[in-house]
Write a protein that binds this ligand. Structure first.
Ligand SMILES: Nc1ncnc2c1ncn2[C@@H]1O[C@H](COP(=O)(O)OP(=O)(O)OP(=O)(O)O)[C@@H](O)[C@H]1O
Length: 341
């Protein structure tokens, strides 16, 4: 199986599907004599997500997670490729209907209108409901995110950052959309509230069958809510794995290194995991190298890796890896010789 077939759930229930999408952003020029250059934010990604599933997207800052999430949910139009969002198919250049999609981003302050009360902000997502039904649904959504009814009359500046974010999440869930993009949506919440909101999102999914695209730097949160996790590196998916694989089953050297940086909580039976510290920075997203984009930092690189870009290949059902030596980098060594570098 190759990248064009990366599937998160049975195609019969497909709700989000992209095929070979690209999004390159022009780099601002300081002089007209400079050549036009583009950041390869998303480069040839194909994915299918089934209804009621959660796709987690991880990877380091700038690798294209937000751009991919926005393309998947129809908020950004790709330069090329094809996207199916909900029941609407959109070719590059046309925007699918957004009524089925809601999104929650990291910064709640900029997402809320400072002149609107909490009730008005949440009710905005229910333009077609009669007033009594709207009041009831807004109160229920606020209760679901742990906000008492009296918060409805408050303005955003009268709320803490965490409370503002809960308002954004209430607004996203109140209309029970088909798809919700959660882009660092719980990062600003403290640990206990984060756990409460993640739990709420999972329960909402069980009840309504909503599909999530969940982007976070917090691998533990991603693993907790996702069915499948896409690991991105420099605009491409390097691994697409069932969330359970995150404990020990990751195969791409970059995924393994990323996973090894997560804080470990060990009980008596757990083997400690060796931390893999990567040297250097990712190559420029303006001029990516021709072979594997991770080759320059890969602890198990070979000459052939620099020559040709590996395909995403299925190594087990639902598990795809873009590497010629999947599984070659291990973190299973608690002490002793270092892995080859
Ligand atoms: N509107 C834009 N115009 C120009 N460049 C952009 C734009 N949006 C994103 N980029 C660039 O595209 C690349 C991918 O950005 P993106 O925000 O998708 O990454 P990310 O993985 O979500 O990063 P982070 O974790 O820091 O949010 C980056 O190099 C970014 O600077």
């Amino acid at each position: 199986m190759t990248s064009s077939d990366a599937t998160v759930a049975a195609p019969a229930s497909t709700v989000l599907s992209i095929r070979d999408v690209r999004k390159h952003f022009p780099v601002r020029r300081t002089s007209l004599r400079q050549p036009r250059r583009h950041v390869h934010a998303v480069d040839g990604v194909s994915l299918t997500i089934g209804s009621g599933q959660t796709l987690g997207i991880v990877g380091e800052s700038g690798c294209g997670k937000s751009t991919l999430g926005r393309i998947l949910t129809g908020l950004t139009i790709p330069d090329s490729g094809e996207a199916l969002v909900g029941s609407r198919r959109a070719r590059a250049g046309s925007r699918p209907a957004l009524g089925v999609v809601q999104a929650v981003f990291q910064d709640p302050a900029s997402a809320l209108d400072p002149r609107m009360t909490v009730h008005q902000s949440v009710a905005e997502a229910l333009p077609n409901d009669p007033a009594p039904a709207r009041r009831e649904k807004v109160a229920r959504a606020l209760a679901e995110v742990g906000l008492a009814p009296e918060f409805g009359a408050r303005l955003p500046h009268e709320l803490s950052g965490g409370q503002q974010q809960r308002v954004c999440i209430a607004r996203a869930i109140v209309g029970e959309p088909e798809i919700i993009l959660l882009d660092e949506a719980v990062s600003s919440l403290d640990a206990s509230l984060q756990a409460q909101v993640l739990d709420l999102l999972v329960r909402l999914q069980e009840r309504t069958g909503v599909t999530y695209v969940f982007i976070s730097h917090d691998l533990r949160a991603v693993r907790q809510v996702s069915d499948t996790v896409a690991v991105m590196y420099l605009g491409q998916i390097v691994e697409l794995a069932p969330a359970e694989s995150f404990d020990r089953g990751l195969l791409h050297p970059y995924s393994v290194a990323l996973r090894s940086t997560e804080p470990q909580i060990l009980d008596d039976s757990a083997e400690p995991m060796r931390r893999v510290v990567l040297d250097g920075e990712p190559p420029s997203a303006v001029d990516p190298p021709p072979g594997c984009r991770f080759a320059g930092r890969c602890p198990v690189v070979e000459a052939r890796c620099r020559e040709r870009l590996p395909e995403l290949v299925e190594t087990a059902p639902g598990h795809l890896v873009r590497c010629v030596k999947p599984g070659a980098l291990s973190t299973d060594v608690p002490a002793g010789p270092e892995q080859p570098r």
